[in-house]
Ligand binder design. Sequence first.
Ligand SMILES: [Zn+2]
Length: 234
Amino acid sequence: MIATTEKIEYGKEIIEFELLQEDRKTLSIEVLPTTKIKVKAPENKNKQDIIKKVQNKAKWITKQKRYFVDNYKKPDEKKYVSGECFRYLGKQYRLKVIKSNADSVKLKNGYLAVEYCLKTPSKLIDKWYKDKALSTYEKELDKCFQQFTTYGLTKPNLKIRKLTKRWGSYNKNSNTITMNIETIKANKDCIDYVIYHELCHCMYFAHNKEFYTLLESKCKDWSKLKNKLEMLIL
Ligand SMILES: [Zn+2]
């Protein structure tokens, strides 16, 4: 399987889409609620033919996109009050906020229990996510990197940040993987997929055939996990 980014023009608009060529017989076009467009096509199909088919569907694609822009709301801004749902490692937890004489955040019986005193609940939860993200990613990176030791690579440095459009990224010059803090809301398999993806960039810069062959050998289900991640809104 191979994934590339392609584009078509429709009126004044340039429509970008992700093209996945895989072992399948038919072509499918999907517009996700995030307005991202995914096209799946047979592996051996000519790219120009695929693009032509997508072009023929441009009107429908634009209509779908507009529908999602008009009707799809981002998850509400959090108010950090009891009862709200928070995601962590693929599960949902209900928030319980209690005024107390010390600051603490804990997962307890399906609740995200926050006791606050000096700091606000939002500050405490942000910090909790950051700490959890860093320690989880460090552990998972150690684990995933085990599969890359044979290539004579130096284990990349790890940084966390709030990224708006990506789950992770890799910088070759500083040999650093930057992971989105938000990725901690996805389950561990999804987190591992992101790490494997970035580790494959240590070997190949571009998303070319060699890149995907390597990725598939390390993370067989990467395509499924990627789909799962895309259902989470950043
Ligand atoms: Zn990449």
